[in-house]
Design a protein around this ligand. Structure first.
Ligand SMILES: [Zn+2]
Length: 186
């Protein structure tokens, strides 16, 4: 018998089986019935065990270890849960004004290669992260997580964030030289 015949015989058998035991609907022997809580747990456990056995997921002990290692303070990019606050300040409209003021002052000229126009960016002389750190130090009695809204309002009035003397116009290429690798951005 050729492979093709075997396959077609199999699909015929499958069709016959499905006719007698439809997977859904009234004719299915389980129609209208429900698994009990115990059997649901059993099914869930056996599925989980199967996934573990096949290597799709790590066993619970390893999962716990991994999450302890990488979550929160264990993560290499963890900065104390200040990301949402940082984003709030950086996306605030005053930032656009800050950038524009610096461009105007520098007459849209890169302060390193003196190219005029093109892809310009405003560079923080004292890094934004450093200013944020100092700001949080000053308000160390507030939590960057639970007091995020209050800190944001305070940040709006915190001059160092919006000081144009702390910025200079750079073209994209010159600005790249100032960029540190992400993890050193402290
Ligand atoms: Zn330049």
């Amino acid at each position: 018998m050729t492979n093709k015949n075997i396959n077609s015989n199999r699909s015929m058998a499958r069709k016959r089986y499905l006719k007698l035991h439809p997977p859904i609907g009234e004719k299915n022997s389980f129609f209208g019935k429900h698994h009990s809580k115990e059997s649901r747990d059993r099914i869930s456990k056996s599925r989980l065990a199967r996934r573990e056995r096949l290597g799709y997921i790590n066993p619970p002990s390893a999962r716990e270890k991994l999450s302890k290692r990488f979550l929160g303070s264990g993560g290499s990019n963890w900065k104390g849960g200040i990301c949402p606050l940082r984003t709030l300040i950086r996306c605030y409209r005053k930032n656009k004004i800050w950038t524009k003021k610096i461009f105007c002052r520098d007459k849209y000229t890169c302060q390193e290669c003196f190219e005029v126009g093109g892809n310009l960016e405003a560079h923080h002389i004292k890094t934004f992260s450093k200013i944020l750190q100092e700001f949080l130090k000053e308000y160390s009695y507030l939590s960057p997580i639970s007091d995020k809204e209050i800190l944001f309002k305070l940040a709006i009035h915190y001059k160092p964030f919006w000081d144009i003397n702390n910025g200079k116009t750079l073209c994209k290429e010159c600005h790249k030289k100032w960029r540190k690798p992400r993890n050193d951005d402290k």
